[in-house]
Design a protein around this ligand. Structure first.
Ligand code: NOJ
Length: 559
């Protein structure tokens, strides 16, 4: 397999609003990130992915961009960005920006022009359709509840918004739109940034004719997914983007691609395809949903999680590349979701790190994950900030589909605000995130869960992450080895091998809060495999491993 720096990298994701506030306004900013570069370098990560930092009215916290070539006021200035980029490079950290071009803000000048009249030169930058007898053009639902179409009285037509009303979808069929996007990408790349994470990039091509979607039970809307995901021209557009822009720079690219199969992902990431390096897929994030519905408190199913990961690991091996993540700014905290954030908090956070980082693909660490940050308790919907949760709460409770107290329980389990509470730097006021009032409440667990305390403790989750990240650098098998699942039906243990020529790794992770025995493949005992890492004190290798609650071990045999 070809060696590439982005295959050997670990990415650290920053949600700038919640990372570090340098000026006391309660909102994280670029100078805050600059002040933490030593810390970030010390983790051993290679790339920083910054969630959107561009000008935005913040209807969806920056995923609604009103100017692609300027910085959000709260975050600082372009001069701050230039300094961040330069200093990050001095710290051997690359910068990957979020590219949000499925939609803009309705306050972007293109949309302001577009909505002003039917013959405006920007009209065709967006997707406008006539209504049907006073109703929207079709029954598609939006990702953030309600119809995906918004009526605009100025021209008596509807525009498409797959997300909020303030996020109108761009019309990628228009060559001018594509040229604008390539231009702004070059503008940032010429500044020296190192790559893009592309927001919902598999939604940029919609099926023409805008047919109605299958009705959604209990809702007046229909399912838009078959008509907007992985649409008819998406690969043509990405290949064009690659030809026009990406091929001219040595960069890392990851496309967010919900509802994507292994076959689709091979098309996006195939080594011979000239599209993207890797995609973020979502199948493993569905192991605790209810027939695709996120709002439930179903527990994750380990056998299903292993099946999904393994399908992707073997499906892309040698042909494309995986991204590896268990949480991000849209997902709850992984230790609360897949581990135990109570009694075995420390053990389970470490175990999850091992389980994920030893797979094939580029791992993503979401801010705070490296100290085991936990889900928050939101007592009522007024305490939440996230537009998805707020709209879903309104929609599901108002039509009686979900009782308000159940919906709050689901939001506490799955809501995006769980990941967006301020980063916990120390045990001082507001966890050291701000001297002002934080824009979202600080998780009370900060008195125990914080960076400063974990720096002091050699056995902390933080110091464990440093070791796990280091393994990827020291053992090329972690990057390039193939993957084989062991004991697929075991519902408490996730065990797999990595194989590179004669060399092997055995990864064993106990997902249960109780001790477990596991017989391991004989060759690891016969060849006196070396223990590379474990979250419990070292024990001797035996035919049957006696695993402690949430124990993880990695054994290595040389070729
Ligand atoms: C995916 C982003 O990760 C999410 O935060 C955002 O709300 C939507 N795309 C819309 O841009």
């Amino acid at each position: 397999m070809d060696k590439k720096w982005w295959k050997e990298s670990v990415v650290y994701q920053i949600y700038p609003r919640s990372f570090c506030d340098s000026n006391g306004d309660g909102i994280g900013d670029l100078r805050g990130i600059i002040s933490k570069l030593d810390y970030l370098e010390s983790l051993g990560v290679d790339v920083l992915w910054l969630c959107p930092i561009y000008k935005s009215p913040n209807d969806d916290n920056g995923y609604d961009i009103s100017d692609y070539r300027d910085i959000m006021d709260e975050f600082g200035t372009l001069a701050d960005f230039d300094e961040l980029l330069e200093k990050a490079h001095e710290h051997h950290l690359k910068i990957m920006l979020d590219l949000v071009v499925n939609h803009t803000s309705d306050e972007h000048k293109w949309f302001i022009e577009s909505r002003s009249s039917k013959d405006n030169p920007y009209r065709d930058y967006y997707i406008w359709q006539e209504g049907k007898n006073g109703n929207p053009p079709n029954n598609w639902d939006s990702n953030f509840s309600g119809s995906a179409w918004k009526y605009d009285s100025r021209t008596d037509m509807y525009y498409l918004h797959l997300f909020s009303e303030k996020q109108p979808d761009l019309n990628w069929r228009n060559t001018k739109v594509r040229a604008e996007v390539y231009d702004l990408m070059k503008w940032w790349l010429d500044k020296g940034i190192d790559g893009f994470r592309m927001d919902v990039i598999n939604m940029i091509s919609k099926v023409e004719g805008y047919p109605d979607g299958e009705p959604i039970p209990g809702s007046k809307y229909g399912n838009r997914l078959p008509y907007v995901m992985n649409g008819p021209h998406v690969h043509e557009y990405l290949q064009e983007m690659n030809r026009e822009v990406l091929s001219k720079y040595d960069v890392i690219t990851v496309g967010e691609a919900p509802c994507t199969s292994v076959e689709d992902a091979i098309k996006y990431t195939g080594f011979d395809r000239q599209e993207l390096n890797m995609v973020f897929t979502f199948e493993h994030m569905d192991v605790d949903s209810d027939n695709g519905l996120k709002w439930t408190d179903k527990k994750p199913d380990l056998v299903e999680l292993k099946r999904v990961f393994s399908k992707w690991q073997t499906g892309l091996n040698g042909v494309g590349w995986n991204s590896l993540y268990l949480n991000n700014h849209d997902q709850p905290r992984m230790v609360s979701r897949f581990g135990d954030d109570g009694k075995y908090w420390k053990e389970s956070a470490k175990m999850l790190a091992v389980c994920l980082h030893m797979m094939q693909g580029t791992p993503y660490v979401y801010q705070g994950e490296e100290i085991g940050m936990k889900n928050m308790v939101f007592h009522n919907i007024e305490e939440c900030n996230d537009i998805e949760a707020i709209n879903a709460y309104k929609e599901y409770t108002s039509d009686g589909r979900i009782a308000p107290e159940d919906m709050m329980r689901y939001i506490n389990r799955k809501g995006r605000d769980n990941a967006r509470t301020p980063m916990q730097w120390n045990a001082e006021k507001n966890a050291g995130f701000t001297t002002g009032t934080p824009w979202l409440k600080t998780n009370p667990c900060y008195t125990e869960v914080n960076v400063a305390a974990q720096e002091e403790d050699p056995d902390s989750i933080l110091n464990f992450y440093r070791k796990v990240i280091r393994l990827r650098k020291d053992y090329p098998i972690v990057v390039y080895g193939s993957y084989e699942l062991l004991y697929p039906e075991h519902d408490k243990i996730y065990a797999y091998e990595r194989i590179l020529g004669q060399e092997k790794l055995l990864i064993v992770c106990n997902f249960a809060g109780e001790a477990m025995d596991l017989e391991i493949p004989a060759e690891f005992v016969e060849k006196s495999a070396k223990l590379l890492i474990s979250n419990y004190p070292e024990t001797k290798i035996t035919d049957t491993l006696h695993l402690q609650p949430y124990e993880a071990r990695v054994y290595h045999i040389e070729g």
